[in-house]
Design a protein around this ligand. Sequence first.
Ligand SMILES: Cc1cc2nc3c(=O)[nH]c(=O)nc-3n(C[C@H](O)[C@H](O)[C@H](O)COP(=O)(O)O)c2cc1C
Length: 322
Amino acid sequence: MIKIGSCSIHTKVFLAPMSGCTDLPFRLIAREHGAKFCFFEMIDAHSVTHHRQKTFSMLKTLESDQPIALQLLGNDPQIMLSAAETILRSVRASFLDINAACPVRKVIKKRAGAYLLKTGKTLCDTVKLLTSSLSLPITVKMRLGYEDETPADISDLAKRCEDSGAAAIFIHGRTRLQHYSGNVNYGAIRAVKESIKIPVIGSGDVLSAQLAKKMFDETGCDAILVARGSLGNPWIFRAIENHLKDGSLPGPRDLKEMKKVLKRHLSFMHKHMECSEPGKLGVMRKVTLWYTKSFPGAKSMRGEISLVKSYGKMLESIESFG
Ligand SMILES: Cc1cc2nc3c(=O)[nH]c(=O)nc-3n(C[C@H](O)[C@H](O)[C@H](O)COP(=O)(O)O)c2cc1C
């Protein structure tokens, strides 16, 4: 159990926010396989205040899709507050996270995401405004730094966020410049953990049960985020929980089981995605490649499903795979 502000969360293993990935079908399949706490996809505060329909469709959820957290992207405290108020009128969330981690160029150009790490002023102002105006806990997701990593600097910023009212810090153990390259700096996450009292949730290369344990052991963090390790691999949540409990490890992935779960994931997409048929098929292809990539024949599958023109044909291709 971990407490984030007033909110008790009954797991130490969270599904991370992943733009373009952790939509409702993804979360439903993850929950069926042991994910006990999930994030919505990141929501751009400006898109909410501009009433963009696509943004609101990203907030689609179900009663069985609880507990869940929201994450907002933005660079203006007032707009972030207005967006949060609009969303929270119709969406229930355990806490609200501010994205100070996204390294993507078009986000940085808008002075949002990891740009907020540069001086930390807008970030702390946003935390202060949201904590004083909203009743749910406010958290921050950050990286180790804007340019270079200086453990003292990031620990100092985490402390300033705590002093501004943040209820937890999520930290990806890489800098903005590193994107996803280089090793995760576990020592820097540990330094952050040791400099604040609020919970610290570690992120970075949690790609297997063993790496999940390593994140806990090396950083002393209170919980972890599972991100890329869950793409086409919803089994990772139970594998991590089991490994942390008794050291056990999962056996090799079974082809029949993979096909069954992939088809169930696609059925959730068929049912819940609100976009054109070709749009849906495009995302189904991406999801199919996540699941099949570690099996023999994955390369020819890529070619085959690029030609598929209907959901039914997609299911036939999966059935004949392997
Ligand atoms: C496709 C993709 C989309 C992501 N989108 C977000 C996002 O919207 N918000 C965020 O805070 N982090 C986002 N992340 C970062 C992850 O939450 C996580 O911190 C990062 O991938 C490191 O964990 P991993 O090495 O275990 O994948 C994204 C990562 C990926 C791969």
